[in-house]
Design a protein around this ligand. Sequence first.
Ligand SMILES: Nc1ncnc2c1ncn2[C@@H]1O[C@H](COP(=O)(O)OP(=O)(O)OP(=O)(O)O)[C@@H](O)[C@H]1O
Ligand SMILES: [Mg+2]
Length: 454
Amino acid sequence: MKKARILLVEDDEAQAKILANYLEHKGFEVDSTFGAKEALQKIEKESFDLILLDWRLPDEDGLTLLPKIKEKSPFTQVIMLTAFATVERAVEAIKKGAYHYLTKPVNLEELLLVIEKALKESRLEREVELLRARLEELSPPETPEIIAQSSYMKEILHLAAKVAKTDATVLILGESGTGKEILANLIYQLSPRKDKPFLKVNCAAIPEGLLESELFGYEKGAFTGADKAKPGLFELAHQGTLFLDEIGDLPLPLQAKLLRVLQDGTIRRVGGLKEMQIDVRIIAATNKDLEEMVKEGSFREDLFWRLNVFTLRIPPLRERKEDILPLAEAFLKKFAQKHGKEIRGFSREALEALFSYHFPGNVRELENIIERAVILAENEIITKEDLPPLLKGKTEIIPELLKSLPLPEAIALLEKERIKEAMASAQGIKTQAAELLGISERVLRYKLAKYGLE
Ligand SMILES: Nc1ncnc2c1ncn2[C@@H]1O[C@H](COP(=O)(O)OP(=O)(O)OP(=O)(O)O)[C@@H](O)[C@H]1O
Ligand SMILES: [Mg+2]
């Protein structure tokens, strides 16, 4: 994690030296200037987390400098230092946006406490600013419970837990509804950055023109309507994690800007000159085939390689049928509770239908199907009738279903399906069907009655 950056604006060289030495020793990165003009120039070009501002400077009064600083850099905390403290002056400084004021000679321990508190609060402030802007998207994810029965998903969770511990860029690929976002949440929650901001942006949902200022922020006057400077998501996510969802939909000009962020960790606000150092962990996701897009020229190859550091590819649900039953059961529990219904499980026909379906909408579709079924269910078992018509068509025996059923039921299911097939090929003639199955006609009749197939 990067050190917090402090700018010291103090014309008394001896005093500046003492403060700088002390703060560097305490683990901060300290830069010093002696006058107001120089200070403003610095703030123009670099970003600081905190400024220690002397009240009396050779070229300008600290108190008039303060609002200029705040305008250029609203998230930078300013602590005023003064030799002549009065209540009036203190109030005035706070009104103009100072975090605190201290009297000289400065008590170093007190200074350290105030700095730490100020930095903590400014981090909170960044988060609050964002919360206001997008309350809905920001509800911070709890460690999500990801269901993983298939070996594919187990392996993905294993890899995710490992990469979560690092700052490496993660690219999550998978069809729509396979669980890319829930996996991104998990990586964030397992990462050392879990107490820092986690911001999400859906590159497909925001119009191109807005996306740039959303990501990079803008300076006052950058365009009509920009009546005050606004930090972008990269800035707000400083020291935290940014989830770039639907990265395949990022327009080419922004791909170039994103590449720069990934390469040298700096951003520039729209209409701004200053390069800001940021420390943000990127998780990106898409359901697009990025490699194909690179070939077509709609996705930058250099950006693709920057993102493709650690890639997790979630297979579609139909390729990991072992996950269907545990997911269906978890959703059943969740929605039964939500809708206040007592439902124990699924009928065998319902399960057969679920296992035979190809789920183009993957886990999200399964989730919706189960919620609908819970709403429709008349008794304590979900039946095939509660499933959407699409699932009521032909079913086939799926090995995963056979494996998940108790042995007698699995045998019965297999038997029933074979008999249905044989009866169909024999066009209903029982002697022929019995022959196909290698059983006597008498046994066939018995079984037809047993399974209600007559
Ligand atoms: N393995 C899983 N365990 C539990 N819930 C899951 C799992 N995978 C997906 N879900 C749930 O399925 C839904 C869709 O998941 P998510 O939004 O993460 O998919 P996505 O891949 O981001 O989809 P899209 O491409 O459409 O944005 C969510 O409600 C999520 O909680
Ligand atoms: Mg998603």
